[in-house]
Ligand binder design. Structure first.
Ligand SMILES: [Zn+2]
Length: 115
């Protein structure tokens, strides 16, 4: 197994304000459903609680939504991948379908191919 040349990538951190706005949309949706479901009180109350948690959850989970962007070591096309997913199991280049892995510490990551 020989290791292909690694390429440097940059990390994109989602804007916390945008994540909070996304959370507010979930809040609105869940609040409406929750109020309707109050005809069955335990379910309605549970959904309303989820509605209040949603914006906080979205902001706290923003880190796991980090994206890595960089060229594929094989074909050179730009790849965008969710950091958490790529880090755990590797991923396939969407252009050439080859298997890639993420190497290096946070903030200094590289895409690496394995042949
Ligand atoms: Zn590729």
């Amino acid at each position: 197994m020989s290791i292909n040349q690694a390429t440097t990538v940059r990390r994109i951190h989602p804007n916390p304000a945008a994540r909070f706005a996304e959370g507010l949309i979930w809040f609105a949706i869940l609040a409406v459903i929750g109020v309707i479901l109050l005809i069955i009180p335990p379910i309605g109350i549970f959904v309303l609680l989820c509605a209040f948690i949603a914006p906080v959850y979205c902001v706290l989970m923003a880190d796991s939504r980090d994206k890595l962007v960089g060229p594929c070591p094989y074909c050179g096309n730009e790849i965008r991948v969710l950091w958490q997913k790529a880090r755990k199991r590797g991923f396939n280049c969407k252009w050439c379908k080859r298997r890639l892995f993420v190497q290096g510490v946070a903030g200094d990551e590289r895409f690496m191919g394995v042949q």
